[in-house]
Design a protein around this ligand. Structure first.
Ligand code: ADP
Ligand code: ASP
Ligand code: MG
Length: 405
């Protein structure tokens, strides 16, 4: 008898029929004697609909109230699934994050899990129930509802698996596993059978939204075996596990893209000590996470500074930067929300020269202009115009022979 945590994403619970199908799947496994915790997302599209509603009320919606709204989507699906399991003759109980006591900090809309109380879940499991938990949400010490950031149900599932010392965490989604690139935009993408936590961390951090990055880092920290697989088939998916020697043989293991960033450029910035700090301190104070930063020196003690921020923070960051630019005497501020960061990732890149050149050649052959570049030991990212995303991903996937390995 194992303890299994299963998480079903938004497309897996998108309507009553799909919820019934999930109930059947869960019920069947539960009947074989396993202890089961099931984490759910909101129905596909619901969280986006709430964001849209909030924006109709307030230009930059209050984050506490936003969480109050966003957390409702998961309440709908967990109650419906518990009903559907009972309808099949099983026993189930649905629980909100606050009822389980998933304690988080107070950073509304991007809260971090601090601790999980396993008492209530264990007592319900002891009574033979399937415990159905709302993903993506928690509660502060003061009793305020928080959410964990978009895609956060994966994090709830893996964190619960770690807290309960589950035997495995299964992430059910609308694709059959983790692929060499997004199978929805590249038909030759190949499913990866096993991937290391570290490589998965890189893929997730660079845009492979099949797993939320925080779920991967919790899995790594607590050695939770994660199995990413399809809700709609019984096919074996991808196991996310500790690093194995064989994984390093291919220099590039995946291509990712992230359309969720925006670019801001401040031009003709006076080149004096302390300027970067004056620019980025007010941005950090607002909790905005800056990703890539590039500085170019010009003649006459001036520099141009370009950086990227998450798209939802673009308006706020622009407001701050326009103010700072005026204060420090920078000549201009411009920006674009129509960008995409395309990356190639691979642990094996550490030992293979020439990978970056191949990437730049491929993009130039396709007539795609590179706006920004950033590299680390195991990844190379280029910012390009958003409209070339698919073309860039497919050409890079082809050029590095990812379909043939
Ligand atoms: P869920 O609602 O189940 O959490 P998500 O939409 O968050 O599902 O994640 C699954 C999606 O991730 C897939 O439909 C696919 O388009 C996308 N994706 C991006 N990169 C990859 C990749 N490398 N492998 C698999 N899926 C990927
Ligand atoms: N419903 C939330 C979202 O759409 C959380 C999740 O699905 O993981 O981001
Ligand atoms: Mg997701």
């Amino acid at each position: 008898m194992a303890l299994i945590v299963q998480k079903f994403g938004g497309t897996s619970v998108a309507n009553p029929d799909k919820i019934r199908a999930v109930a059947q799947r869960v019920f069947k496994l539960h009947q074989t004697g396993h202890r089961m915790v099931v984490v759910l997302s909101a129905m596909a599209g619901e969280t986006n609909r709430f964001v849209d509603l909030a924006q109709q009320m307030q230009n930059l919606p209050d984050r506490r109230e936003m969480d109050m709204l966003l957390a409702t989507g998961e309440q709908v699906t967990i109650s419906l699934l518990a009903m559907a399991i009972k309808d099949l003759g099983g026993d189930a109980v649905s629980l909100l994050g606050g009822q389980v006591k998933i304690h988080t900090d107070g950073m509304h809309t991007r809260a971090r899990i601090l601790a999980i109380d396993d008492g209530l879940i264990n007592s319900q499991l002891d009574q033979g129930k399937v415990v159905v938990v709302a993903g993506f949400q928690g509660i502060t010490e003061q009793g305020d509802i928080t959410t964990l950031g978009r895609g956060g149900s994966d994090t709830t599932a893996v964190a619960l698996a770690a807290a309960l010392k589950a035997d495995k965490c299964e992430i059910f989604t609308d694709v059959e596993g983790v692929y060499t690139t997004d199978p929805n935009i590249c038909t030759t993408a190949r499913k990866i059978d096993r991937i290391s936590y570290d490589e998965m961390l890189e893929l997730a951090s660079l845009g492979a939204k099949v797993l939320d990055i925080r779920s991967v880092s919790i899995a790594k920290g607590h050695k939770v075996p994660v199995h990413v697989r399809s809700t709609f088939t019984d096919t074996e998916g991808t196991w996310v596990v500790e690093e194995e020697e064989a994984m390093e043989s291919n220099p590039v293991s995946g291509v990712t893209y992230n359309r969720n960033e925006a670019r801001i450029t401040m031009s003709k910035v006076p080149d004096t000590p302390g300027t970067a700090s004056r620019i980025f301190t007010p941005i950090a104070k607002e909790g905005i996470v800056v990703d890539m930063i590039i500085q170019n020196t010009r003649d006459g003690n001036l520099t141009d500074l370009t950086f990227t921020v998450p798209k939802p923070d673009y308006k706020k960051a622009m407001g701050i930067i326009e103010k700072v630019a005026a204060e420090i005497g920078a000549e201009g501020v411009s920006g674009s929300e129509n960008i995409c960061k395309v990356s190639i990732v691979g642990m094996g890149m550490r030992n293979h020269p020439g990978i970056a050149t191949t990437m730049f050649d491929v993009l130039s052959r396709e007539g795609i202009n590179i706006q920004m570049i950033s590299t680390s030991e195991i990844k190379i990212s280029c910012v390009i115009d958003e409209k070339y995303t698919e073309l860039a991903v497919r050409s890079l996937h082809d050029a590095f022979n990812l379909q043939q390995q």
